[in-house]
Design a protein around this ligand. Structure first.
Ligand code: URA
Length: 255
């Protein structure tokens, strides 16, 4: 195929990725919201979507053909690896086999909740790289009912064997249930933080990744992320640690 054949009208590429009708996408171009490799795009631009970096409102647009992005609600007892030597069910058993995808980051065997599964290497990098600081929110049902002083300790940082934790957002939702938002991604971090204040986790559910949550997705169910959600994650990345990355209210953990 010649380069000219591979190049398509920009608004067609954006519309196919889910940004709205071609007309709407044209408007986004006219408003100067779209860049191609850092240059503001103009009407009439043609692109090879697998060869250029297209941004909309400063966030990388997921326009390369064949990209898929799933949001899965992982049930407890499912492992977050591609295959398990012990033959336990994996998160990949819960999404389509093709195209080949991989989980972004990991949740412990007994942790439930939201995980992104994709073949988009750039998004995976953005979501997991510590320097990007994407917020992840958890509901933790803990043993006992932490005092305000313990909650303050979690907020300010607690000593773990691999160093102090960064400041976290922590709220008491109800007796023994904490909403904990962190932007580091250390191994078993929330469980170890709760251990450190003497309130071990009894149940842990991830409820939000960047600005993306979904309280309607049942355990074991997945859906495609919308382009808006992918953009929201990319924008959370651009905002960096410490910025408010949105918050949704969810039903408390039920027993
Ligand atoms: N923190 C944990 O302790 N476990 C997880 O699975 C995720 C975050």
């Amino acid at each position: 195929m010649t380069d000219e054949v591979k190049r398509e009208r920009l608004q067609k590429v954006l519309a196919r990725a889910g940004y709205g009708s071609r007309r709407l996408c044209e408007e986004m171009v006219i408003e100067g919201r779209v860049t191609i490799d850092g240059e503001v795009a103009i009407i009439g631009d043609r692109v090879d979507p697998s060869a250029v970096r297209i941004e909309v409102d400063g966030a990388l647009a997921p326009v390369a053909p064949g990209l898929v992005h799933y949001l899965l609600n992982k049930p407890a007892g499912v492992v977050t690896t591609a295959s398990d030597p012990e033959g336990r069910p994996t998160v990949l058993d819960l999404v389509p086999d093709t195209p080949r995808v991989f989980p972004v980051g990991r949740l412990d065997l007994m942790t439930e909740g939201l995980i992104v599964i994709t073949n988009d290497g750039q998004l995976a990098y953005d979501l997991t790289h510590p320097s990007k600081g994407v917020e992840k929110e958890y509901l933790a049902q803990v043993h006992g009912d932490p005092t305000p002083a313990s909650i303050r300790a979690l907020r300010e940082g607690v000593a773990l064997e691999d160093g102090m934790t960064a400041p976290a957002k922590v709220a008491r939702v109800s007796e023994g249930v904490l909403r904990i938002t962190i932007h580091e991604g250390r191994n078993r971090q929330v469980r170890r933080m709760c251990d450190a204040i003497g309130h071990p986790v009894e149940r842990l559910v991830r409820t939000r990744i960047g600005g993306v949550g979904d309280a309607t997705l049942k355990p074991g169910q997945y859906r495609e992320l919308t382009v808006k959600e992918i953009t929201r994650i990319a924008t959370a990345v651009a905002a960096g640690p410490g910025d408010d990355q949105g918050h949704i209210d969810l039903a408390p953990v039920s027993k």
